[in-house]
Design a protein around this ligand. Structure first.
Ligand SMILES: NC(=O)c1ccc[n+]([C@@H]2O[C@H](COP(=O)([O-])OP(=O)(O)OC[C@H]3O[C@@H](n4cnc5c(N)ncnc54)[C@H](OP(=O)(O)O)[C@@H]3O)[C@@H](O)[C@H]2O)c1
Length: 425
């Protein structure tokens, strides 16, 4: 007789004292075995709850699934499109959870909409029904195997989402089932459901729908934590933002403009620079033709930039230090131009300048410098700017989450200004 494997609802298998996450195929097979032998399950094991057990109607539901994210009537069946999912569909019900998973590290075609272990909220966490998620450059790097999730985080892509509170873990206060929210995630957003620490939930800013709200958590938390909490940008300061047309850049321009700063941006085309100008940027620099040190100095009477928000890392380090004003602050948040470079300490010393590099995803969940602290600051300071229209989500396009591969190709194309939103429902 085949015994059900010793696995839990989160898709971890326990063998010889080790806890290892199953891949999608192992998980589907284990569920099938467990379903057929559930009445013979040994005491002490935790068989997974099949979707039929959770049906509010108390009976098995086998309605065909519709591909998510389509708001039109003519939707395509996700199961029909993806052979891995269809293999398991006969044994599963409409209450199973689907997500974009990677078959292996690689190009966009490794992304598959497929069944995954359903997430369960632990103490202090909240389970969301995801309405939409949004792409970040980090997703492309994770897909390529170059940016693994931090320990304990979901391996599913997705650093932000919007949705509805479905279940509260023990001890969660301040949120109710049915609340519409958006959230900063350490992973897991490309899915129908995700668990998130309660401190990383945010109300949907007034005036936005859930699709627009999905485009804000990562950019708002990154920009506020770096430009204001770390670098201390003030009214009247000069901010230089590299990659002004990026998701981060388009948000940084608006926040800094709302704070009364002068904003300089770099971008790779006149069209992107024009979009940056329309969002409030004052100094426009085409990095393919102009030197940003010369341009910022010329436009600021030699003062330079009080704060630089940098996505390039090594490639721009020397020039970023050069362009800093006295007491200036360079914040490196991306390494698109490499990670290792020489730093001229004499230049820093003479300007009393500082260089900081920060990551949002790896911050602790709570406490000092945590994601919860950043989220609270964003809700207090940025959400009012969104509510009164000074800051808007800049969404290049919306696609169904089943087209995540197309979205990844698009973000890599340099044609995108702002964010790409993936509709999950
Ligand atoms: N540390 C953190 O916590 C954190 C959090 C979020 C994001 N980030 C980083 O912030 C950056 C932006 O993220 P995103 O998701 O908004 O990315 P994105 O939308 O994919 O944008 C990437 C940008 O890089 C720009 N770029 C490429 N080469 C450039 C160059 N030589 N000089 C200046 N800009 C150049 C591109 O502009 P053109 O098309 O005009 O070339 C593009 O706008 C990424 O590096 C990301 O890793 C860091």
């Amino acid at each position: 007789m085949t015994q059900p494997p010793d696995f839990d609802a989160a898709g971890y298998v326990r063998q010889a004292g080790r806890r290892t996450r199953m891949n999608q195929r192992e998980f589907a097979a284990a569920r099938a075995v467990s379903a057929s032998t559930v009445s013979r399950t040994e005491a002490g094991r935790t068989p997974i709850t099949l979707a039929s057990d959770r049906s509010p109607l108390g009976k098995r539901q086998v309605a065909p699934r519709r591909a998510p994210g389509h708001r039109s009537v003519n939707t395509r069946s996700a199961l029909g499109e993806h052979p891995v999912a269809s293999q398991t569909s006969a044994r599963l019900t409409s209450r199973t959870v689907y997500a974009i998973e990677m078959t292996e590290p690689g190009g966009p075609d490794v992304l598959r909409w497929t069944e995954v272990p359903d997430p369960r909220p632990a103490a202090g966490e909240v389970l969301l029904d995801v309405t939409a998620t949004a792409l970040n450059r980090a997703d492309l790097q994770q897909r390529q195997g170059r940016y693994p999730p931090p320990p304990g985080a979901s391996e599913i892509l997705g650093l932000e989402c919007s949705g509805t509170v479905r279940q509260l873990g023990a001890g969660v206060t301040g949120w109710r089932i049915g609340d519409e929210v958006c959230a900063l995630l350490a992973g897991g957003g490309y899915a129908e459901q995700v668990v998130v620490p309660a401190g990383q939930l945010m109300p949907v800013p007034r005036g936005l729908d859930l699709y627009a709200a999905a485009a804000l958590p990562e950019v708002a938390c990154t920009v506020w934590s770096n430009v204001v909490m770390t670098a201390g940008l003030h009214e009247g300061d000069v901010l230089l933002v590299h990659g002004g047309g990026s998701g981060i850049g388009t948000h940084a321009i608006q926040v800094a403009t709302a704070l009364g700063a002068t904003v300089a941006v770099t971008a790779g085309s006149a069209a992107k620079l024009e979009r940056c100008r329309s969002l409030g940027a004052d100094i426009l620099i085409d990095y393919t033709q102009q030197d940003f040190v010369d341009e910022v100095r010329a436009a600021t009477d030699g003062h330079g930039a009080d704060v630089v928000l940098d996505n390039m890392g090594a490639k721009y380090l020397a020039r970023n230090v050069d362009v800093l004003a006295p007491d200036g602050h360079l914040v490196v948040i991306g390494l698109q131009g490499g990670r290792t470079a020489e730093l001229d300490l004499a230049t820093l010393l003479s300007k009393r300048a500082s260089v900081t590099a920060t990551g949002l995803r790896g911050r602790p969940v709570t406490g000092e410098s945590s994601k919860a602290a950043v989220v609270a600051a964003v809700v207090a300071n940025v959400w009012p700017m969104v509510a009164d229209g000074r800051v808007r989500p800049i969404v290049h396009t919306e696609l169904p989450v089943t087209e995540a591969a197309r979205a990844h190709t698009l973000l890599d194309s340099a044609d995108v200004v702002g964010k790409i939103v993936l509709r999950v429902r």
